[in-house]
Write a protein that binds this ligand. Structure first.
Ligand code: KG4
Ligand code: ZN
Length: 324
């Protein structure tokens, strides 16, 4: 089965064709990073206008080697995300599905991130402990089966990626902050500065705003600090909390594996530390499948379609959609 996936929830316009939920036939991502960089973050109105300009050429590129008649369904992100951005993807998906009489599948963006782990020929063993770390979310859950999730914890304030972006801004490292912090940390010493970790004992929740504020105070109070050392210490603190709490939860719930996903899952220190400190096997997608893309949406749509679940024409966006 071949599915066309469409993703426009934030600042990436993406389309992909995936066969049988595993084989990526095309995967096109147009990033708006350069456009938003001068504002230090995403401007929603600018994002939706840009999606409008790029969505058709991106879908055409993704479909360059696939005939419309060979498609079995269209999968599109309905949320969570920016309303104006989601609307662009959902409306074009409806138009294509109607014109070609194809089933339409509305996909949760966070569930899409998890399914990036099914691409590249892997078949995760369930139940698996899932850690989703992106720019808008930090979620810990147990995946017991397809569409069967047990929520465990989430961030009480900033998402992990949001903390990377904000600290990068404080350090003047640019946007997006994750890759910039990772790069700066390579030239820094993570043991020179001791930054706080919010353990929230007895809960699987996370909190990163205290850490961000601690970095801000440190930078204001101690002039002449090396941004590389601050970046390295900050990255170490985030990774320490994410890894410790994820491994604890996985062992407590007898998970078979740990599945990492979302943009922050591209972070090398997080990937290494989780693999080293977990007694269970750890899966993570290639970095280009951790950040927003449409292959993960098509993959998730495939498993939904196999369960016989297509959506009706009045399918709508859900900017605040939750996974469970
Ligand atoms: O999943 P994603 O592409 O978009 C959302 O759904 O939010 O995640 C984007 C987030 C941004 O906050 C970005 O700074 C972060 O992922 N990110 C990283 C890295 N690459 C992207 N954070 C840490 N290290 C990275 N290498
Ligand atoms: Zn995302």
């Amino acid at each position: 089965m071949k599915l066309l996936g469409i993703e426009t929830s934030c600042d990436e316009t993406a389309a992909a064709v995936v066969q049988d939920g595993r084989e990526i036939l095309s995967n096109i991502v147009a990033s708006q990073v350069d456009i938003h960089a001068r504002y230090g973050g995403i401007v929603p109105e600018v994002a939706s206008r840009q999606h409008l300009l790029t969505v058709i050429p991106i879908i055409q590129q993704a479909m360059a080697h696939t005939r419309w008649n060979d498609l079995d369904a269209i999968a599109v992100t309905i949320g969570p995300g920016l309303a104006g951005s989601l609307l662009v993807g959902v409306n074009i998906a409806k138009a294509i599905a109607l014109a070609h009489r194809l089933p339409l599948l509305g996909i949760n963006h966070l569930e899409g991130h998890i399914y990036a782990n099914w691409l590249e020929g892997r078949e995760p063993d369930l139940p698996s402990l899932c850690l989703i770390v992106s720019g808008g979310h930090t979620e810990l859950l147990l995946m017991r089966g397809h569409r069967d999730y047990l929520p465990l914890g989430r961030t009480r304030d900033d998402a992990a990626g949001e903390a990377f972006d904000k600290v990068a801004r404080i350090l003047g490292l640019g946007y997006p902050g994750g890759p910039a912090i990772e790069q700066a940390a390579l030239g820094g010493n993570s043991t020179l500065l001791r930054l706080p970790r919010a353990w929230i004992r007895g809960s699987d929740d996370f909190s990163f705003s205290g850490l961000k504020t601690a970095v801000l105070r440190l930078v204001e109070e101690r002039k002449g600090l090396s941004p590389n050392d601050v970046a390295a210490s900050f990255q170490e603190a985030v990774v320490d909390v994410l890894v410790t709490k994820t491994v604890e939860a996985a062992l407590k719930l007898n998970a078979r594996q740990i599945i990492l996903s979302g943009g922050v899952a591209a972070n090398r220190l997080l990937r290494q530390a989780l693999s080293q400190r977990s007694p269970l096997p750890v899966l993570f997608p290639s970095p280009f499948l951790c950040t927003d893309n449409a292959a993960m949406i098509a993959c998730c749509g495939y498993f939904r379609l196999k369960q016989g679940k297509a959506d009706p024409w009045h399918l709508d966006i859900a900017p605040n959609l939750r996974l469970v």
